[in-house]
Ligand binder design. Structure first.
Ligand code: C2E
Ligand code: CA
Ligand code: CA
Ligand code: CA
Length: 277
């Protein structure tokens, strides 16, 4: 380890090293977290502006490590993607989300659940088989399950991605294109994709009420999606002014801190009862 403590290293090098060591440590601890399944799920409500009701909730993973403390998905999901462990995580999220969905149903809450998939998952035929087998076995109403995919999978292998998305779509599962506008996929590609919903990335939404350019982008995105028969949800709605603008732009649904941060399933049900009063 002499190399790491070499005093000749520039500040830049030592920063790189710190980052590298952190990566290494998180990757190692993550292995353990996967075997012990030490994750939890939070849920963030999605509000349908047309129906005037919370129709669904997005499952967002949380990991609290005994040594590292809370580690956020923006940090560990990319590491799990490169190590290949992401599939195990996705399968856990999927199974746990279905448990919650069934609980909500049993308690009389007509609520869907939305799950984030990685590029790898969507290109893995066995994962698609697993999803289809599971919803059949567990008698899950397929329209209550939404899967969120990002552009990266589609860019990697469009033909294969479309094939797999089509299988899910044909089974009645809802599909959303997440983070729309941040990648390189074109509108022309969107036309080819079997998706029901387009999620407008929060980078266009956070300052919507103050930014005329964001307003132009969001307005035309909504129009374009609708002309292709695709519904729209805006994420990152933090203030009422932006929500009113989105309503005026004919956006179908919203998700963001103004309504609620991601919360536990129990908190969500309590929140919903209050909200619906
Ligand atoms: P995402 O799928 O784009 O999820 C939305 C992120 O925006 C969430 O961050 C959410 O907490 C945050 N957010 C929601 N409303 C607001 C708002 O009004 N303002 C702001 N500033 N932020 C808001 P989170 O939970 O930290 O997740 C980050 C990313 O990690 C997700 O981005 C997703 O890409 C990934 N991720 C989270 N859970 C999972 C999972 O179970 N599986 C996979 N593959 N990825 C996940
Ligand atoms: Ca998402
Ligand atoms: Ca997103
Ligand atoms: Ca994201």
């Amino acid at each position: 380890e002499a190399r790491l403590t070499n005093s000749c290293h520039s500040v830049f090098d030592s920063r790189l090293e710190k980052r590298y060591l952190r990566k290494l440590e998180v990757t190692q601890r993550l292995q353990q977290a996967i075997t012990t399944q030490s994750f939890t799920l939070l849920f963030q409500p999605q509000f349908n502006l047309k129906e005037g009701r919370v129709h669904s909730a997005e499952a967002l993973i949380r990991w609290h490590d005994a040594e590292l403390g809370p580690v956020y998905p923006d940090e560990f999901i990319p590491l799990a993607e490169s190590s290949g462990d992401i599939t195990l995580i996705t399968e856990w999220v999927f199974s746990e989300s279905l448990n919650q969905l069934q609980q909500w149903q049993d308690q009389g809450f007509d609520l869907g659940v939305s799950i984030n998939l990685s590029a790898r998952d969507i290109l893995k035929n066995e994962f698609i088989d697993h999803v289809l087998d599971t919803i059949k076995e567990r008698h899950i109403p397929s329209h209550l399950l939404m899967l969120e995919v990002t552009e990266s999978a589609i860019v990697e292998d469009m033909e294969h991605a479309i094939q797999n998305l089509r299988r899910l779509y044909d089974a009645g599962i809802q599909l959303a294109m997440d983070d729309f506008g941040t990648g390189f996929s074109s509108l022309a590609q969107l036309k080819e994709l079997p998706v029901h919903e387009l999620k407008i990335d929060k980078s266009f939404v956070l300052n919507l009420n103050e930014d005329a350019d964001d307003q132009k982008i969001v307005r035309s995105t909504i129009e374009m999606a609708h002309s292709l028969g695709i519904s729209t949800i805006a994420e990152g709605t933090e203030n009422i002014e932006s929500i009113n603008l989105l309503k005026a732009m004919n956006c179908d649904a919203i998700q963001g801190y103004f309504l609620s941060k991601p919360i536990s399933s129990a908190e969500l049900l309590t929140w919903l009862v209050q909200f619906n009063k």
